[in-house]
Design a binder for this molecule. Structure first.
Ligand code: NCD
Ligand code: ZN
Ligand code: ZN
Length: 350
């Protein structure tokens, strides 16, 4: 096969993943462990993973269901609240219990009710993290009901992120699941200590996909997909080789019945197809030689970790749509596939 049809890269990591808990955790863990060596595990359980003790207990529950021999390593995060204790947070980092802290503006997304209402109230925690070199991961959307849902990320950057970066000049920050040209420009201008994850779905759908012939709940996630020009900006950023941009699937499982409802949940489950989707995007952009940086090198460099030694091979080959996953309670879990189908697949996961 010619090199443009087959690609071997260092094994990737997923720098933004929702694994949930209980039966759902047991159902989805294998899909991530098959392709990814490590993952940043989001803490938005109910109740959230707030303390070092919570994170340790959650890590043990995850470790209990990791498929044998996969070597998958969960990297834990703490959910920032206005009551978070700076000492507990930095001790979790020092002791290797949590690698980062996640900031959810209260009400911004799934399970964010315990999030932060007033950023001034978490200043002591952010100062302690800044000293400890512990990154802050941000769901960057404002929640003000008077702000249009499609503007929430851009307004968050303007009203909050700019000031947060200035007030904490040593703090490492990740703008999670960035979705706009505004975010791309802001990250590019920040010069290194601000990273950003980009999801597979935001590279292949724009906001029309949510309303294609009717309402499409399986294309609904937060931040919501934006206009085509934003999708194109994300594709340019992902393939640019800029180390500030790295892979984060935001794979976020919700049962089909919770998505296909009068008030459907936000979140797209893409763990099985994410890597193939990224490969397809990089191939379409003529940038396959940069996929390894985005998927396997930029993230570890940002977090100060070594890249994985194992390798994974991708190949161009039409792939069938992934079937829905069966849930323990008899329900199903829909797997995201790009609207035009998949033309790449993981050949050998190493
Ligand atoms: C995520 C979830 O379901 O936990 N949903 C989503 O639409 N992305 C939460 C999040 O990452 O904002
Ligand atoms: Zn989020
Ligand atoms: Zn997420």
């Amino acid at each position: 096969m010619s090199p443009s049809n087959r690609l071997t890269i260092r094994r990737p990591d997923d720098w933004h993943l929702h694994l949930r808990d209980g039966d759902m955790l047991a159902t989805v863990i294998g899909d991530s462990a098959r392709h990814f060596a490590r993952a940043i595990v989001m803490p938005n359980l109910v109740p959230p993973v707030r303390t070092a003790k919570d994170a340790l207990a959650y890590r043990r529950r995850i470790e209990a269901v990791i498929p044998e021999g996969s070597g998958f390593q969960p990297l834990m995060t703490l959910y920032l609240t206005e009551d978070s204790d700076p000492d507990d947070v930095t001790a979790a980092h020092r002791d290797g219990v949590a690698v980062a802290v996640k900031l959810y503006p209260a009400g911004a997304t799934t399970n964010s009710d315990s999030g932060v209402r007033d950023l001034d109230r978490v200043r002591p925690v952010l100062e302690a993290m800044e000293k400890a070199g512990m990154p802050l991961l941000i769901h960057g959307e404002v929640t003000d009901p008077d702000i249009d849902i499609f503007d929430r990320e851009a307004v968050f950057i303007e009203r909050h992120l700019t000031r947060l970066m200035a007030d904490h000049p040593g703090l490492k920050v990740v703008l999670e699941h960035c979705t706009t040209a505004d975010a791309v420009g802001f990250v590019e201008a920040a010069g290194g200590r601000l990273g950003a994850t980009i999801t597979p779905h935001h590279l292949v759908i724009n906001r029309n996909a949510i309303f294609q012939g009717g309402i499409r709940p399986h294309h609904y996630c937060l931040p919501i997909a934006k206009r085509e020009r934003h999708r194109l900006a994300l594709r340019r950023a992902a393939v640019s080789g800029n180390p500030a941009f790295f892979l984060g699937t935001d794979s976020a499982p919700h049962p089909i019945h919770a998505k296909e409802a009068a008030c459907g949940c936000a979140g797209i489950y893409n763990a099985p197809t994410a890597l193939a989707t990224y490969a397809q995007v990089f191939a379409e952009e003529g940038a396959l030689d940069r996929l390894e940086g985005f998927a396997s090198l930029h993230g570890p460099a940002f977090y100060g970790l070594a890249p994985n030694a194992a390798r994974l091979t991708l190949e161009a080959a039409p792939a069938d749509a992934e079937p829905d996953r069966a849930l323990a309670d008899g329900g199903g879990l829909h797997v995201f596939t790009p609207p035009g189908g998949l033309s790449w697949r993981v050949a050998e996961a190493g």
